[in-house]
Design a protein around this ligand. Structure first.
Ligand code: DQA
Length: 144
């Protein structure tokens, strides 16, 4: 079975309490259940992790690089300013799909820059929880 690591950045653990018009109605536990169900339908094995800590996320990206594991990554606010996360993403040896629940390009100008997009295989944004399902479908086609 294909293995995929799903990483979520800061404040995503508080989904449910965040702006529903951007992020949808699911809380974080429900989002994880949705991702697991979507993966099962595609016969993919997913491991889902969340951290508010940049260093922890970098450690997980190093682990994915060392094991050549494909990554679906919502870097949340770090998307817009973390050169360290970009550098870690640039080292990955398997596909990387950047996902966002909202469409950052339709929001405030400071969200229009992604430091991650340039080192990603592709980006899926704006479909709320479905962004993750679409990323899993794309990843299924990308990996052996
Ligand atoms: C987000 C978009 C980011 O701009 C924001 O900081 C987030 C979530 C999204 O999933 O839409 O925390 O990555």
């Amino acid at each position: 079975m294909k293995e995929i690591l799903v990483l979520n950045g800061p404040n995503l653990g508080k989904l449910g309490a965040r702006e529903h018009r951007f992020y949808g109605d699911l809380d974080y536990g429900q989002l994880c259940d949705f991702i697991k169900r979507s993966a099962e339908e595609l016969d993919l094995a997913v491991e889902i992790r969340q951290s508010d800590d940049e260093a922890v996320l970098i450690g997980w990206l190093h682990e994915a690089m060392e094991k050549a594991i494909p990554v679906i990554f919502n870097p949340a606010a770090f998307t817009h300013y973390s050169i360290a996360l970009r550098d870690a993403c640039a080292m990955l040896r398997a596909p990387l799909i950047e996902v966002h629940l909202s469409n950052p390009l339709a929001r405030e100008e400071f969200r229009h820059t992604s430091l991650i997009s340039g080192v990603s295989t592709g980006t899926i944004a704006g479909f709320k929880e479905d962004s993750y399902r679409l990323a899993l479908i794309a990843m299924d086609s990308l990996v052996e």
